[in-house]
Every structure is written in structure tokens, then in C-alpha cells.
Design a protein around this ligand. Structure first.
Ligand SMILES: *Cc1c(COP(=O)(O)O)cnc(C)c1O
Length: 854
């Protein structure tokens, strides 16, 4: 193992006999598996109880341990036993076949490279801003648990995302603590000759040298590119300075580093990658660089190489509005894109066309999501609803294709349950479902959870709520101390919140579409609802606003001010600096998790999934994941499942929110039986835990990615790139010819007749210069009620007399639908091509219909 720098200086004066011990401990402390696997907690605590309590970070404990303490520990039998057990458990974890090994070992999927701008793995490695990063972190953890062969690529930010503090008026202040890379659980990646691996990347007028760090996430390696290298100019050292800080230009350069630098890293490590998975469009340059390198190796032209590599690229989009995509203006693309286009052997406009909906429009900026769509073999959204929304957003890349056929599928997000469940929940789940419950199929979990009795579940709730109250008070105490409050004010903190009171949670990014102030719509009504003495309610709120989002900051200020009102201040707290650690405390302790986005702006949302295993219930807009998860026996729904733009709709939903709380949720929580248990409430908890927690776990998500997307992508990629295979070349020629001659296709009159076998459709098609094998003529009808559309291939007859390359196409349909529902169309066809993502040429029949024998 490589020892990080700081540790190295620590080791310098260490007695040699302690070295093996430190190495063993370091090996465990540097594997971020400890963020979700708590088998080692007791050992870290033995090492230094106080440091452990303060940091909950083994790596910090290790680095702050005195030599004397190490000496003592090395003699301590109990400690040595703990250590041996942990090392053995880790070896077992890393070497077992896991779900992937058991189910798909022979499927020929070699490796997936996952690319993301952010990774939320925990406090110890703060490289995330919000949901996108937390999802990437949960994905890596689940991939490790399931033994899916994944490596990941990202950037190491010196300052990461900002930390939040509120000033006395409740206005957000941003602080950027320095991420000292030498004290993070990372090791520098070294080349064979022992030097630090350096990835050169060409930028206009200079070459930037990127250092590479490796973080271990169980079995998964996460490689982080870092421009903070003394060999680079001061300006270039700052490229990986901040996450989502700085302007457009630095963002573009970061995306060049992630995509192009990221692929260069894979080449440098000589990793065999089948699937490149783009978590959002930020990394889309990787598809170009991958094809460029392939072209160089196989001595082929770039476009042919892209035909070869494209099926191995997968694009996951996370944005529900077109305005959410990253775009770059032409001027910036001239500066950075022109040299790269030369590298690819094409003029700038050809490169620009990859990122435009209309290649001819010089004013259209370069859109990273379009680049991804044009260079990936598959695309997916992150919930069922978001898949549908994405099909409408991307429709303009598939002109004249029906929206339902736009090639965007969906894999609904999930959360890594072991990272979010409370110790109490873990105990209950382990007792009823066993330790391996999130490591494969989850079919049997529901039945087992259904057997849990009321008292056990209600007890779980109480323990978790008490923990949350304790944590919230502790946070407020620290905060008050930091503000220099007097002891009187600090002792006030112990009156905040009550472990026996119905607890609502709301935490998310403060931005307009999430409507974080919907609950504040009628403050007096909210205050009354909170403070009823017979049925009190309390509310814990948290969230950051983007530094440039003043409206978001005003929402925060409104909450800060409301929570300081004397009548409600013990019932409402705003907890500063929402991050993974705070999210864990909240999702474990709340009874109800509230989510109020404006539909359809929440692509998925994951925070509500985090309460499921802990027994929390969701009260949420029917948007994102909740639109497919909601059932009336497992939670509550806001809105009517439709989009609304009319003024006054927010007020309507605020009214609905209050009404649900006042008339259903609060009464149900306080309706107790003789033993003090709310039976109806607990029944809901049980349903939500049994049916939703398994379904919205990253265990299910990663298995879906593997089975629905990675395996077919890898197979197609391997076929196209097999040595000596001519498929890619052939496809390129096929595609060029179709594009050249497509306009030559024209139709004759459509003849429709009916007999006892149903409809008969006959239509002459003249194909011009296109070979008939290169197209398919179909009868198409729009889907009815959520079904798939009808796409019936028409049969080609012999060449028509007197025609050149003209044929009569026929199809018979036995259907109750009217013949007018069906329209012939001609689309591209090749046994190895994926239509319409790789070729979206389409020619619809139009003209005169003649009816016969009707
Ligand atoms: C889970 C999580 C998110 C994402 O939550 P949403 O449901 O998308 O609002 C954001 N930030 C943190 C810290 C999280 O833990």
C-alpha cells in the first residue's frame, strides 16, 4: 500500500517494530468502507475514545495517535483481536464473488468506468454539493457491495463545495475550508518507476500536468484528478479549486479535465473498459477522447472509431428542464474546442455540431447533454416520470420521431441503505432479514418485515427520535458557543424539541422550484399547528442555497426568522450546514419527511428514500421517485399528479399540505391504543419499510444498471471493437449512404382493404439509391394507455414492374383499431445498428389513401 504524505512524516520516527501494525491500521482507515460498515467502530473507539467521538473518522484517529499510545495498543490483546478480525473481514469482503460473481461472472462484462463531477461518500472526503454527488457515492458503495467491476473517475477539489453559516439576521454566509489532500484518506497514484503518476492534458498554449489520487471505496477505486501541481501555472493549479465555483470558462476546463483527462488516465493505467457511464453530461468529452484513442490504435478514422466505441457509452441525465444542461458559447469553444477538433481531424463546426440540436445554427451554444446523446449508445433518466420528461426534452434531437420512441429509458435512483439506516434500524432489519439483505435479490424482505410487531416498530421510532433530539441540541449548543452566546442562552438549547413529539423534517437545496417556504405560506396557521398542547408538532429544517441564489437565501432567512419567534422557537429549528452527516441524523429521526418540489422539476430526489428503512414516512409532491412509489397505505401525496402553471396553485398546495397535517397525519400519530401505540401509524411504517425500502435501494438500482444497460452495452461494444471486425466501418458507410440518399425516398398511394383476417395495407415505396436491406418499412400506431406503440414491419414484394428500386410493401393486421390509426413509415435498418439512437432518419408516408372492399 502507498502511505500518504502526512502519515509518512508521522512514521519517520516510529520504532520499526510498530510499522507493520500501523500499516495494517492504515489499510483499514484508508478504505472508506468504514463510512457504512460499522464493524470497526468499537476498535477505533478503543484507539482513542475522544478523537473518535469528535471525528468519527478512523483516518483522523490514526494520524493523531501518539507513538506511546501505539506502543500500548500493540500490547493490548483485545485491540489486536479486534484488528485481526477486521482485517480478516475486509479480506473476505474484497475477495468473495458477491452478487455479480454469482449471477453474471460469465457474462463477459469486464469493467465499467463511472464518471462524475462530484462524489458524496461522507464527511471524510467532501467532494460533493448535493443530490448528484450523494447518488454517485451511494452507487459506488453498492457497486462495491455487489462486486460489480467498477472504477470511478472524478476531480479532487481543494476547496470542495462551501460550508454554510448564518449571520445574526439569518443570511447565509459561505465558507470554503481547505481540503488538505495529504490529510484525506487518499493515496497518490504512482507510475511504475515510482514517480507520481502525471496525466498531461493539452490546453491552449500549454500542457497541464494532472496528479492522480486514489480513494478506496471497498472494492472500488475512485481516481481523482488534481491540477494542484507545482509544475502548473498558478492559474492552472486552481482548475480543480472549487466545485461549481467560478465562471463558465473554468467550468468548461474542469469538464475537459474530467472527460479527456479521465480517459487519458484509463489509458495510462491500461484498464480494459467496456462501459463508460456518464453520471450527467459534465463528463461527455470522454466519449470523444475514447474514440480518438481507439482510432489511433486501430489506424482508423475518428468517425469509424466512434461507430465502434459508441455502444459502450451510457449517459444518465439528471435534469428535468432543458435549461439545466451545461452549455458553452461559441467563443469559448473556439478557444478550447478548435485545438481539440484539429486533434480529432475535423473542422470546429463538425465538433460543434455534436453539441447542437441544429448543426447549422452558428448562434446555438455547445450543449454537453447533446454531445452525450450523440456519442452514447444508451440514455436513461432517473425515475419513471423523469424518463418521460427526458424523452420530451431530447425529442428535438430525433425530429419527427414520436415522443414515446425517443431513446431515453429510466433507472430509478436508489439509496445505499447501510449508509443511511440508524443503528436501531440496522438491528431490526438484521434480526428479521439477515446481514446480507442488501446484497442481491430483495424478494423475500417484504414478507419478513410484515412479521414485525407493533411494539418493535414503535420502539424503533422512539429511539431514533430521541437520538435526533440529542443531535439537534448538540448542534445548536456548538452553534451558540461559536456565536459567543452566554451560558444562559446555551442552556436554553435543552428546551428545544421534545423526544415524544411528532417530528417533521424538511431538508434540501433552497431554491425556488423546491418551494422550501411552502410550509411558511400561512405562518400563523403553522404556529398554531405546532403548538397545540394536546397534539404538539415539531419541525427540523436544513439546507443550503447556491452562493449566487439570493432568492434561495431569502427562503433560508425566512425560516431562520420564523424559528426565532418566541412562541415557536422550541418547536422549530433550522440546522446549519446541511451535509451527509446532518442528513443522516435527520432521515433517521424524523417521523415525516416533507418534500414540496414543483412538478416535474424533481428528476428523482433521494432524500425521501433515506427515511424508508428507518421507518419514516413521506409526505411529498407526486414528482420524481414519489410519483412511482406512492400508495395511499404507505405515505401521503401532495398535488394531483399533474403540472400546474396557474398563479395561485402554490397557495392551493399549501392549503392541501396544512389540511393533510391537521386532519390526517397529526390525528393518526396521536391516536394511541391502551399501550400507547398508534396502530394505524405503525401499519403505515410497516408497509413503507416492507415495500418501498427494498425497491428504492441502490442495491436494486445497481442491479438494474447491470442487467438492463451494462450487459447489453458491453456485448455490443465488444462486437463492434473485436479485432479484425469490420462492423464499425460497414456501419459508417451504411450511415453515410443513407444520409446522402434519404431524400430520394418517396411513396405511392396507400391502399387499405379488409377481409376476414383483418386489415391489409399496401403501399409502393421508391427507394432511389438506397438498397432495400438498408431500410425497414413499418406500420406505426401511437400507443394506447401506457402500452407500447404498434410497429409492424411491412413485407417487401418483388420489384414493381416499370420501377427502378421500387417495391410494394404489405402488412396484415388483425386489430380492433381503426385503419386510420396506422401510418406507414420508412426508417433506417441494419442488424447491428441501434435505431433511432444511432441513426434517426425517418420518412413518414403522406398522400392519398384508397379504400378497397370496405
Ligand atoms: C440525499 C441528499 C441530497 C439529495 O436530496 P434531494 O432529495 O434531492 O433533495 C442532497 N444533499 C444531501 C446532503 C443529501 O444527503
Amino acid at each position: 500500500m502507498q502511505i500518504p504524505r502526512l502519515l509518512m512524516s508521522y512514521l519517520r520516527d516510529l520504532p520499526a517494530d510498530l510499522l507493520p501494525l500501523v500499516e495494517q491500521i492504515a489499510d483499514l482507515a484508508m478504505d472508506l468502507r468504514w463510512t457504512w460498515s460499522h464493524g470497526g467502530d468499537a476498535m477505533w473507539k478503543i484507539m482513542d475514545p475522544q478523537l473518535w467521538e469528535q471525528s468519527e473518522n478512523p483516518f483522523v484517529v490514526l494520524q493523531n495517535l501518539s507513538h506511546e499510545r501505539l506502543q500500548t495498543l500493540s500490547q493490548d490483546q483485545e485491540f489486536r483481536q479486534h484488528l485481526d478480525r477486521l482485517v480478516e473481514a475486509r479480506n473476505r469482503y474484497c475477495s468473495c464473488g458477491g452478487w455479480f460473481g454469482e449471477v453474471h461472472d460469465n457474462a463477459g462484462l469486464r469493467r465499467i468506468a463511472y464518471f462524475s463531477m462530484e462524489y458524496g461518500l461522507g464527511k471524510a472526503l467532501p467532494l460533493y454539493a448535493g443530490g448528484l454527488g450523494v447518488l454517485a457515492g451511494d452507487y459506488l458503495k453498492a457497486a462495491s457491495d455487489l462486486a460489480v467491476p467498477v472504477i470511478a473517475v472524478g476531480l479532487l477539489y481543494q476547496e470542495g463545495y462551501f460550508r454554510q453559516m448564518l449571520d445574526t439576521s439569518g443570511w447565509q454566509q459561505e465558507i470554503y475550508p481547505y481540503n488538505d489532500s495529504s490529510s484525506l484518506p487518499l493515496h497518490p497514484l504512482r507510475a511504475h518507476n515510482g514517480t507520481w503518476l502525471s496525466i498531461p492534458i493539452r490546453l491552449p498554449g500549454r500542457t497541464v500536468q494532472l496528479h492522480v489520487w486514489e480513494a478506496r471505496v471497498g472494492r472500488v477505486s475512485l481516481y481523482l484528478l488534481d491540477s494542484n501541481n507545482p509544475l502548473n501555472s498558478a492559474l492552472d493549479r486552481g482548475i480543480t479549486g472549487k466545485l461549481y465555483g467560478g465562471g463558465e470558462e473554468i467550468r468548461l476546463v474542469q469538464e475537459i479535465v474530467l472527460g479527456i483527462g479521465g480517459w487519458q488516465l484509463i489509458e495510462a493505467l491500461a484498464l480494459e473498459i467496456d462501459v463508460c457511464h456518464l453520471n450527467e453530461g459534465h463528463a461527455a468529452f470522454v466519449t470523444l477522447e475514447r474514440a480518438r484513442c481507439f482510432a489511433q490504435k486501430r489506424q482508423m478514422d475518428f468517425h469509424e472509431a466512434l461507430w465502434a466505441t459508441r455502444p459502450g457509452n451510457l449517459f444518465t441525465t439528471h435534469t428535468p428542464v432543458a435549461a439545466g444542461f451545461d452549455t458553452f458559447p461559441r467563443a469559448l469553444m473556439i478557444k478550447y474546442g478548435l485545438p481539440y477538433a484539429r486533434n480529432l481531424g475535423m473542422p470546429l463546426d463538425e465538433l460543434m455540431a455534436f453539441g447542437r440540436s441544429n448543426g447549422q445554427d452558428d448562434d446555438e451554444p455547445f450543449n454537453m447533454a447533446y454531445l452525450a446523446a450523440r456519442t452514447c449508445g444508451m440514455m436513461n433518466g432517473v425515475s419513471r416520470l423523469h424518463g418521460q420528461v427526458s424523452r420530451s426534452i431530447f425529442q428535438k434531437l430525433y425530429p419527427q420521431w414520436p415522443e414515446c420512441e425517443v431513446p431515453v429509458t429510466h433507472v430509478t435512483n436508489g439509496v445505499h441503505v447501510p449508509s443511511w439506516d440508524s443503528p436501531w434500524a440496522d438491528e431490526i432489519w438484521t434480526d428479521s432479514c439477515g446481514k446480507g439483505r442488501w446484497l442481491g435479490s430483495e424478494e423475500t424482505l417484504a414478507t419478513k418485515i410484515h412479521k414485525l410487531d407493533d411494539a418493535a416498530l414503535w420502539n424503533l421510532c422512539g429511539q431514533e427520535r430521541a437520538d435526533l433530539v440529542r443531535h439537534a441540541r448538540q448542534r445548536m449548543r456548538i452553534l451558540q458557543g461559536q456565536r459567543g452566546a452566554d451560558t444562559e442562552a446555551i442552556s436554553q438549547v435543552d428546551r428545544i424539541l421534545d423526544p415524544n413529539v411528532l417530528t417533521l423534517g424538511f431538508a434540501r437545496r433552497f431554491t425556488a422550484y423546491k418551494r422550501p417556504n411552502l410550509l411558511l405560506h400561512d405562518r400563523e396557521r403553522l404556529a398554531r399547528l405546532l403548538t397545540r398542547t394536546d397534539r404538539p408538532v415539531q419541525l427540523v429544517v436544513a439546507g443550503k442555497a447556491h452562493p449566487a441564489d439570493n432568492e434561495g437565501k431569502r427562503f433560508i432567512q425566512e425560516w431562520a426568522q420564523f424559528s426565532s419567534r418566541p412562541d415557536v422557537r422550541n418547536h422549530v429549528v433550522f440546522l446549519e450546514d446541511y451535509d451527509i452527516a446532518l442528513a443522516q441524523e435527520l432521515v433517521q429521526g424524523v417521523d415525516i419527511w416533507i418534500n414540496t418540489p414543483r412538478r416535474p422539476w424533481e428528476a428523482s430526489g433521494t432524500s425521501g428514500m433515506k427515511v424508508l428503512a428507518n421507518g419514516g414516512l413521506n409526505l411529498s409532491e407526486l414528482d420524481g421517485w414519489w410519483a412511482e412509489a406512492y400508495t395511499p397505505d404507505a405515505g401521503w401525496a401532495l398535488g394531483d399528479g399533474r403540472e400546474h402553471h396557474e398563479p395561485g396553485w402554490d397557495a392551493m398546495e399549501a392549503e392541501q399540505l396544512y389540511r393533510l397535517l391537521e386532519e390526517e397525519i397529526i390525528p393518526m400519530f396521536y391516536d394511541r391504543d391502551a399501550s400507547g401505540i398508534p396502530a394505524a401509524w405503525v401499519a403505515r411504517m410497516r408497509t413503507s419499510m416492507a415495500h418501498l425500502a427494498p425497491q428504492f435501494s441502490s442495491n436494486r438500482m445497481v442491479r438494474e444498471y447491470v442487467e438492463q444497460l451494462y450487459l447489453p452495452a458491453a456485448a455490443a461494444f465488444q462486437q463492434r471493437t473485436a479485432p479484425g471486425s469490420s462492423t464499425a466501418r460497414e456501419l459508417r458507410q451504411w450511415d453515410e449512404q443513407l444520409k446522402r440518399s434519404w431524400h430520394e425516398i418517396h411513396w405511392g398511394n396507400l391502399i387499405v382493404s379488409q377481409d376476414e383476417q383483418g386489415w391489409l395495407f399496401e403501399v409502393p415505396v421508391y427507394l432511389g439509391g438506397i438498397p432495400p436491406e438498408s431500410v425497414q418499412v413499418q406500420l406505426y400506431a401511437d400507443p394506447i394507455e401506457g402500452k407500447v406503440p404498434v410497429r409492424e414491419a411491412m413485407q417487401r414484394g418483388n420489384e414493381m414492374p416499370g420501377a427502378v428500386n421500387g417495391y410494394l410493401y404489405t402488412a396484415r393486421l388483425n386489430t380492433l383499431r381503426a385503419h386510420t390509426d396506422f401510418t406507414p413509415r420508412c426508417i433506417a435498418h441494419h442488424p447491428d445498428a441501434c435505431i433511432p439512437i444511432e441513426n434517426h432518419l425517418i420518412h413518414w408516408w403522406s398522400g392519398i389513401v384508397s379504400l378497397k372492399n370496405l
